[in-house]
Design a protein around this ligand. Sequence first.
Ligand code: NAP
Length: 513
Amino acid sequence: MFSARALRLGAVFRTRISALHTSVRRSHRLDVAAPLLRTQSYINGRWSSAAAVFPVLDPATGQELARVSDCGPGEAKRAVDAAYEAFQSWKQHTAKERSLLLRKWFNLMIQHKDDLAKIITFESGKPMSESLGEISYSSSFLEWFSEEARRVYGDIVPSPLKDRKMLLLKQPVGVASIITPWNFPSAMITRKVGAALAAGCTVVIKPAEDTPLSALALAELAEQAGLPAGVVNVVPCSRQNTPSVGHVLCTDPLVSKISFTGSTATGKLLLKMAADTVKRASMELGGHAPFIVFDSADLDRAVRGAMGSKFRNSGQTCVCSNRILVQSGVYEEFLQRVGVAMDQELKLGHGIEPTTTQGPLINDRAAKKVALQIADAVSLGARLLRGGSQLAGSFVEPTLLADVTTDMLCTREETFGPVMPVLRFDTEEEAVAIANATNVGLAGYFFSRDVSQIWRVAEALEVGMVGVNEGLLSAPEGLFGGVKQSGLGREGSKYGIDEYLHVKYVCFGGLQP
Ligand code: NAP
């Protein structure tokens, strides 16, 4: 099924990976990050053990890194109660007091960035350079929202009646449940918690089973920063306990808000659970980003954009370009240049090795799903130009597929892996139609030097975020969020804090005109 070249490359990578595994087992250990390694739950300012534990594995080697307290519904309820109790006083703190505490937490993250990054690399497989990038991104939300905390303004509305004043006050919604995925184990927490705490809310965090250690390290630093007991709580749990813990976090009447990042399927489930008690909800869900290269594009820039957008975190980001659409005039040249860039820039290995750019996928299930998409595309006529194989553990070779068509699995569902499927198109209308032919709309990218086309396409793409001549978009100042089934609400930017506030109308009457 695979070309001779792909099979040859596969053999080379396989040898490299098994050699690497042997050396990794001997030399790389997470205990280098021991100062921040916590394995118990953090509830009401206390570290406590649950009745059972679950293992956290290094996805590059399968080695056990730690055993973490496996919380159940009892711990989740205790955490919600503690957060509710803490909310009564946290909301009374001045905005400046909350701001200063968030700033201290930010400073501690920067001080411990190397240890925090090592934890991310070991539990998620991400290369160290990207883990350090994640800590920079993650901490920036604490910094940004420490500043935004002091700018939550209400309104004084011109009254139609002389004896009344009309005020619109912004107030924190209350306890927020925060449920996060493994692909950005630190940043997906701070992007929510920074905004929540700045607004005056308290939180209960349920991290992903695969990556609880980053969440617990953040809690340790929150404690060191002096955040009062109960303001931040973390209830790690195994996938087995996730439904019962999730049930408490989505249905308990003391919880006012759910903020979730993860798959669209899980988001729908949580929304249904939250409906009974009519909770506020923010949902950052799956994407299927189009990446369009027009004939007028700066091709060097487009290739750089595609490499960054596709292969960051081995393709496991919700804003990864998932369908690369290239106009006929530059199609073959784009493929040729991307192939060269892949050969020169991508190196598989354990994330802790300084030369690694491509770590493993999060687990074997994820790697199998990607391998299935590749096999499906090849069987339906795609040309396999690079990679194509699942390797030892959950490593997948960076893969380049040409002549991909819209009936193939990789163009119909999110890949979440290092596969670049390239489709050819002739006209702008055709590209926009293909880009929009999906029920999700998170990010979209296109490369063009035609100013009129740039305006037309930026407006026409049905997504929440557009990169024009840019493959990487995320920053705390810019907003994050999608349309269609990619979710509800916005994170980051000046709008992110609104997700944790409600606006109260105060009509102040009986005044002497
Ligand atoms: P997932 O399976 O939906 O899991 C995300 C989180 O939800 C995990 O903590 C998971 O716990 C938890 N969860 C699953 N079932 C639950 C339930 N019944 N009740 C409560 N919590 C539950 O998603 P994933 O595979 O980890 O992450 C990948 C997905 O996230 C992709 O679709 C990606 O596009 C999306 N994502 C979106 C954004 C965004 O901002 N839009 C950012 C990053 C990722 P367990 O780990 O225990 O299963």
